[in-house]
Design a protein. Structure first.
Lengths: 222, 300
């Protein structure tokens, strides 16, 4: 379970302070599929990064399975992130000198031996996202959509309990977008907690909950 | 699946990082090569000059050298390098000794003939010699003794060891300065270049490094990764620079102890690597403490 208690995060630009998330409180039960929508700058990405322990809140607490993320050392927080969370960002951010399958295997550099990430699973995930025959290709040899699918496979390598997806279908064609959302739905049915930020409100009916953010505040929840 | 696919390690990420910008890796290698070479060359040549002068004076055991007119260059060469080109043995040692006794030159402790007929370091020659070595009592000033000896044996060229050493040091001062400056400039340039290269290298890979944080890399892992990506080419370049310079020095005359040379070389390579790692520290720290979200989002 993920718990957020009055979590606030602000960014200071050159001439103004932007409240990306304002006193956000809520619980995300294990196995939920939450879709977060909102306009650009509404705080969707910041909320996901706060849940994932990638950024430190200015105020409030973020707890994952009863552990307060920012009470942990960087080493323990990184280990928790590595073992229990998978991230998909708007941009694939693949390592250009590694092949597709090696990029999928990236978390194994930080996982203990036998923690679930292995080449056979990486290949199975590439098959699942329709890239079985592209495993030995370098990122520049793949299209943008294919790169994004490699990033999705990478996030799923170690069977994370929580999948955090920030605009995972941005810039993708409709068919690829549906394939990725289908995959997330399937993961949710298998028990994975999925939190996905998107501009596409049409995807809301796939989720168990729909949050709409506006100026760092929840303006609608269903 | 390609047969080489296997779980990744820190080493595989390091190799991927080095392959990511091969030109910058090559520049880091080249900078370290030049810096280590310059450092080893300068320190070794300075040390060799110092040692050879001390060695020559100590070995000859002379405060003053009397030689036939026109042979000053050969004598100075002998003093400065411990070896010299051949000089014919034309001096009747017994006769010159007698003339010094007759003139009652004060403070002479010993007079002995020295043959440089075969060149090299020379050898003791009691009868006919190329030069005559004069040892003075400690209370006698060599420069004052020079006047009396010059009157006793006017055809002799007088070389005072101390003065020759000072002259050589003066002559070499420019070279010494240039070499020290060269090594300093090479090191300074390597600091600037390495810091700049590391900054550019991490700036263009912010998204990837941010992604590493997202998949479980700790700050210390990123710090180590960036420093290793800088330190490894620097160490490799430093070792090659050491090997090239040591080879060049060993090809020349009078290199002395090869073990000491290699020890100096290893020290130079390690010093250059340490300088590279220290200059890469600021961008490495910035990378380790960056906001991963910001880094990944900037990729677009």
């Amino acid at each position: 379970m993920i718990t957020l208690e009055k979590v606030t995060k602000a960014y200071t630009t050159r001439d103004q302070r932007v409240e990306a998330v304002q006193a956000f409180s809520g619980e995300i039960q294990a196995g939920e599929f939450i879709i977060v929508t909102g306009r650009s700058g509404a705080g969707k990405s910041t909320l996901l990064s706060l849940i994932g322990g990638l950024i430190r809140p200015d105020a409030g607490r973020v707890m994952v399975d009863g552990k307060e993320l920012w009470a942990l050392s960087d080493r323990d927080r990184s280990r928790l992130r590595c073992r229990t969370m998978g991230f998909v960002f708007q941009f694939a951010s693949l390592i250009p000198t590694l092949t597709a399958v090696e990029n999928v295997l990236l978390p194994t550099a930080f996982l203990p031996a036998g923690a679930g990430g292995n080449p056979a699973r990486a290949q199975a995930l590439l098959e699942r996202v329709g890239l079985a025959d592209q495993a030995d290709r370098l990122p520049w040899q793949l299209s943008g959509g294919q790169q994004k699918r490699v990033a999705v496979a990478r996030a799923l390598l170690h069977r994370p309990a929580i999948l955090l997806a920030d605009e995972p279908t941005a810039d993708l064609d409709e068919q690829t977008e549906l394939e990725i959302v289908d995959l997330f739905t399937e993961l949710h049915r298998a028990g994975t907690t999925v939190v996905m930020a998107t501009h596409n409100t049409d995807l809301a009916d796939r989720a168990t909950r729909h949050l709409v953010l506006n100026g760092g505040l929840v303006s609608y929840a269903s | 699946m390609p047969p080489e696919a296997k779980p990744l390690t820190a080493w595989s990420l390091l190799k991927a990082g080095l392959r990511r910008s091969p030109r910058r890796t090559a520049v880091g290698f080249a900078v370290a090569l030049v810096a280590a070479g310059a450092l080893l060359g300068a320190t070794w040549l300075l040390r060799s000059m110092d040692e050879s002068l001390a060695f020559a004076l100590q070995r000859l055991g002379a405060d003053m050298i009397l030689a036939p007119r026109g042979s000053r260059v050969v004598v100075e060469q002998l003093l400065n390098t411990g070896t010299t080109t051949p000089l014919p043995a034309t001096i009747n040692v017994a006769e010159w000794k007698q003339r010094l006794r007759t003139a009652k030159v004060d403070g002479i402790r010993s007079v002995q003939g020295w043959s440089l007929q075969q060149g090299g370091a020379g050898k003791f020659a009691p009868a006919t010699a190329s030069v005559v070595l004069v040892r003075l009592e400690s209370y006698v000033s060599p420069l004052i003794a020079t006047l009396e000896v010059g009157q006793a044996i006017p055809e002799a060229e007088l070389v005072v060891a101390e003065e020759a050493a000072r002259q050589v040091t003066r002559n070499l001062q420019l070279l010494v300065r240039l070499m020290t400056m060269g090594a300093g400039v090479a090191l300074f340039a390597s600091i600037l270049m390495t810091g700049l290269l590391t900054s550019v290298r991490v700036a263009e890979r912010r998204a990837e490094l941010g992604m590493l944080r997202a998949v479980g890399a700790t700050r210390s892992f990123l710090l180590g990764l960036v420093l290793a990506e800088t330190g490894i080419p620097a160490l490799a370049g430093g070792l090659v620079g050491m090997a090239v310079t040591a080879g060049w020095l060993m090809a020349g005359p009078g290199v002395g102890s090869v073990a000491k040379l290699l020890l100096f070389g290893l020290g130079s390579a390690l010093a250059v690597t340490a300088v590279a790692v220290v200059s890469a520290l600021p961008p490495a720290v910035r990378t380790a403490w960056m906001d991963p979200l910001e880094a990944v989002r900037r990729a677009g």
